[in-house]
Design a protein around this ligand. Structure first.
Ligand SMILES: N[C@@H](CCC(=O)N[C@@H](CS)C(=O)NCC(=O)O)C(=O)O
Length: 207
């Protein structure tokens, strides 16, 4: 059996899958290799393109499986480790974890990246106040949905932190780069602050 490999760096969206791998490492002794792959350079070489033809990180190689999309990688790792507390325990938990992962990517990702990539702390693109204001307005709807959902529960799906929580909180970890103001969404703020305090995220950020 070969050791699964995650390609990416902690300073990219690969943090989502590195965080998941670190949760499994802490809980179950999961062994994986992080292949440091910078999104702007190494993703463009032909060897990496055979792993992820999109030329983006993260990607996972596990035996014959090559997988891209951070949240798909995380859902796979959860499924591969049913003994983990992060794994779905039944079809309903699995469906809800898929729902929240797709929801985060469709409802929040574009707007989140628009805001973060143009923020002076990141400055990947020149400022564009009009687009940024539009993106901030777009984020209001999903953040309100999340806030209402969390009004009477501690976690997104179950009575424990599981893969749904990790995928959404990992996406939102980008907000830290720009000190995103979550105070209008106190339930989200409380939930995500607890998620971000998990030692496995700190371990992933140190990679
Ligand atoms: N939806 C993808 C997004 C991956 C992505 O866009 N990663 C960025 C780094 S944060 C990348 O590799 N960019 C390289 C490029 O755009 O050429 C996922 O979540 O895995």
């Amino acid at each position: 059996m070969t050791t699964p490999k995650i390609y990416g760096t902690a300073g990219s969206r690969a943090i989502r899958s590195i965080w998941m791998a670190e949760e499994l490492a802490a809980e179950l002794g999961f062994d994986y290799e992080l292949v440091q792959t910078h999104f702007a350079t190494e993703t463009k070489n032909s060897t990496y393109r055979e792993i992820n033809p999109n030329g983006r990180v993260p990607a996972l190689v596990d035996g014959d499986l090559r997988l891209f999309e951070s949240m798909a990688i995380n859902l796979y790792l959860a499924k591969q480790h049913p003994e983990s507390t992060l794994a779905p325990r039944d079809a309903a938990e699995e469906a809800l974890a898929t729902q929240w992962s797709i929801w985060a990517l469709t409802e929040m990702e574009d707007a989140l990246i628009t805001v973060i990539a143009r923020h002076p702390n990141i400055a990947l693109f020149p400022p564009d106040p009009e687009r940024e204001a539009e993106a901030l307005a777009t984020l209001e709807r999903p953040l309100k949905v999340l806030d209402r959902h969390l009004a009477d529960r501690e976690f997104l799906v179950a009575d424990r932190f599981m893969i749904a929580d990790l995928n959404v909180a990992a996406q939102m970890a980008l907000m830290n780069f720009v000190q995103f103001d979550l105070s209008p969404y106190p339930n989200v703020q409380e939930w995500v602050t607890r998620a971000w305090a998990r030692p496995a995220l700190a371990a992933a950020q140190g990679k």
